[in-house]
Ligand binder design. Sequence first.
Ligand SMILES: Nc1nc2c(c(=O)[nH]1)N[C@H]1C(S)=C(S)[C@@H](COP(=O)(O)O)O[C@H]1N2
Ligand SMILES: [Mo]
Length: 187
Amino acid sequence: MRFMTGFVAPALLAGVLAACQPTAETNRVGPDLVTLHGPLAQYDRGGMQAAEEPLFASYGLAFERALGFTASELAAFDPLTLDTDFPAGSDTHSFSGPLLRDVLALAGVSDRSVRVTALDGYQRDISADRYQSHDVILALFQDGRPLGIGGRGPAMLVWPRGTDPALTGMNDDDWVYGVFAIEVLTD
Ligand SMILES: Nc1nc2c(c(=O)[nH]1)N[C@H]1C(S)=C(S)[C@@H](COP(=O)(O)O)O[C@H]1N2
Ligand SMILES: [Mo]
């Protein structure tokens, strides 16, 4: 994300508006892996363009503006590592990535539910109470390797069910892999 807040001189407006569109950009290494939309305090891109963004469109993810996170932007957060079984009862893996609440806080979000959408269309709603009270991460790595597209990437919700007593025995329903969009709900 590149913040676009504050005042801009009228002469700069055209350029700023152009920068809001998900079009030609040369100063980035890769795409937004996770796009945050809904009522945010910060945005860095314009509206969803159905003709150019069919995956958003096919899941009904329409927005006027959003905040996108590239791999390097997600990697800039302090990571947390969780050693936990996944799927439940299976092998233990070491997952790491930013706390979901930290990513949301960067966009000024702290008390709203979020709807997490995966590449396969799987969706789960997570209440603010849950992401604030549990150290759920947006995992980017499993056992030191980046989560890949086609695997569990680009990001995955991983919960500390091995160490957080309140999560003992939780099932996998909210362990969403293939996360690419997070909508902040207005409840
Ligand atoms: N993207 C995505 N994540 C998901 C699911 C899914 O269907 N899609 N299923 C959930 C459920 S119900 C389970 S039990 C676990 C394990 O799913 P798997 O059998 O597809 O590995 O992933 C969870 N995360
Ligand atoms: Mo499941």
